[in-house]
Design a protein around this ligand. Structure first.
Ligand SMILES: Cc1cc2nc3c(=O)[nH]c(=O)nc-3n(C[C@H](O)[C@H](O)[C@H](O)COP(=O)(O)O)c2cc1C
Ligand code: SF4
Length: 406
């Protein structure tokens, strides 16, 4: 389609994106389990995304220090040893004209790595893992901040076009931000301003570690999906402070989660016909779940802030993607699951593909995080059988990852 709003270039800081489509951070469970180094299959996955026409890729979350690792097979940016692999990754993506942001992350008490001593603001059970760890000392917190700074420097050295800080979905920065998981009464907690200090300090540290104009963006939990948690009255003023501290763009998501489906809603836009086609027999009755489910938060941010906004969560039809951009509710639309199933989706849309994407948001890919390399488990169909054999054989129970509570 000529003049398609989705294929107008856009800017984030000094980076120019060839279109408005972003691949949202999607952890791959494909790195070396010990060293966090990249593997050939992971490099191929990213080359495939870039050649599939996406404007920008946000990497899966990269752990900034060993105690901030989330799951087995996660890529690290915690050590100079990972630099050669990260450089190759960036090169493979640039070859195909996409830009790539490294996602800097610390899992907090949501870590699913057995035997690790994670970091948390307070000894409160993580809503997703149920894990309680000791509240961090000032020294632990300072070390984590330094780890973010060092990781940002590594991202620059590796040639990334920007860094994207993970401050959503219940990980460490979310935990500091929420009254449910941060019960401190010191510089890092006690009231809304002090609960926002850790996120602000991360942005400040990262900004000071990268060249001027280098894009720094953040995935922000604009509300907690856990009852009694954060809402817009606290997160909107906080987002304004984060932009003042140096963010170029905010990607909108939720904070603390009771279940992974809080950020990755199931069966988005899946009606009975699509359910039958994709063998989702239990969904043949029941209405489709809404698309673009975080859109009201993007709209609220756009109204308040002078920063680019990236909307993720349930973008499933070309009409919705265009409507989000045309309405001004967001500057970019990001997708995770649709691009697992169809890495070349942007190229298809550019060539005239209309309507719904193939992904039916069944979340089998999410359930296998930390267990198997990232892939769509519904196609080819044989993978559904492989999934069933693994599940019925007790694979998830025996696995070397701490399970989520749901
Ligand atoms: C398998 C899987 C892995 C994910 N890993 C990450 C991640 O590393 N970093 C992140 O910010 N979000 C991660 N997410 C969340 C997605 O970025 C996205 O916010 C969510 O899936 C909703 O978008 P979608 O409807 O386009 O999938 C992951 C989601 C899935 C399904
Ligand atoms: S397994 Fe496939 S269809 Fe199911 S959510 Fe993941 S990408 Fe979508």
């Amino acid at each position: 389609m000529t003049g398609d709003i989705l294929f107008q270039p856009g800017r984030v800081g000094s980076a120019t994106l060839r279109n408005r489509l972003v691949r949202a951070g999607t952890s791959e469970s494909m790195a070396d389990p010990e060293s966090g180094e990249l593997t050939d299959s992971l490099l191929d996955l990213y080359a495939g995304l870039a050649s599939g026409g996406i404007g920008a890729i946000i990497t899966g979350h990269l752990y900034v220090e060993p105690r901030g690792k989330y799951a087995r097979g996660q890529v690290g940016i915690h050590d100079d040893g990972v630099l050669p692999g990260l450089r190759e990754l960036v090169g493979r993506v640039h070859e195909h004209g996409a830009v790539i942001f490294g996602q800097l992350a610390h899992a907090g008490s949501q870590s699913r790595v057995p035997g690790l001593t994670p970091l948390a603001p307070s000894p409160v059970p993580n809503p997703l893992t149920g894990q309680t760890v000791a509240g961090g000392t000032d020294q632990d917190i300072e070390r984590a901040l330094e780890a973010f700074a060092a990781a940002a420097k590594r991202a620059v050295a590796a040639g990334f076009d920007g860094v994207h800080i993970h401050a959503a979905n219940g990980y460490l920065i979310s935990e500091f931000g929420s009254p449910l998981t941060n019960t401190r009464n010191d510089n890092w907690g006690g009231d809304p301003t002090r609960r926002g200090e850790f996120a602000r300090a991360v942005v400040e540290k990262v900004r000071a570690s990268v060249p001027q104009g280098f894009p720094v963006t953040m995935k922000v939990g604009m509300f907690d999906a856990v009852a009694g948690g954060l809402g817009l009255e606290e997160t909107l003023p906080r987002a304004a402070k984060l932009v003042a501290a140096g963010l170029d763009a905010i990607e909108v998501s939720c904070g603390l989660m009771d279940a992974p489906t809080d950020s990755a809603n199931t069966y988005v836009a899946v009606g009975p016909k699509r359910a039958a086609e994709d063998l989702l027999l239990h969904r043949m009755i029941g209405s489709p779940r809404p698309e673009a489910y975080f859109r009201p938060y993007a709209r609220a941010l756009k109204a308040e802030l002078d920063a680019k906004v990236i909307l993720v969560g349930g973008m499933r039809s070309t009409s919705m993607m265009r409507d989000v951009i045309a309405s001004g509710d967001a500057d970019f639309v990001a997708m995770a699951r649709p691009l697992i199933r169809e890495p070349d989706l942007p190229a298809q849309i550019r060539q005239g593909r209309e309507g719904l994407v193939d992904c039916t948001s069944c979340n089998l890919c999410l359930i296998h995080e930390g267990h198997h390399p990232l892939q769509c488990w519904r196609t080819p169909r044989i993978r559904l059988l492989q999934h069933a054999i693994y599940r019925l054989g007790g694979g998830f129970r025996r696995a070397e990852v701490i399970p989520t509570r749901h």
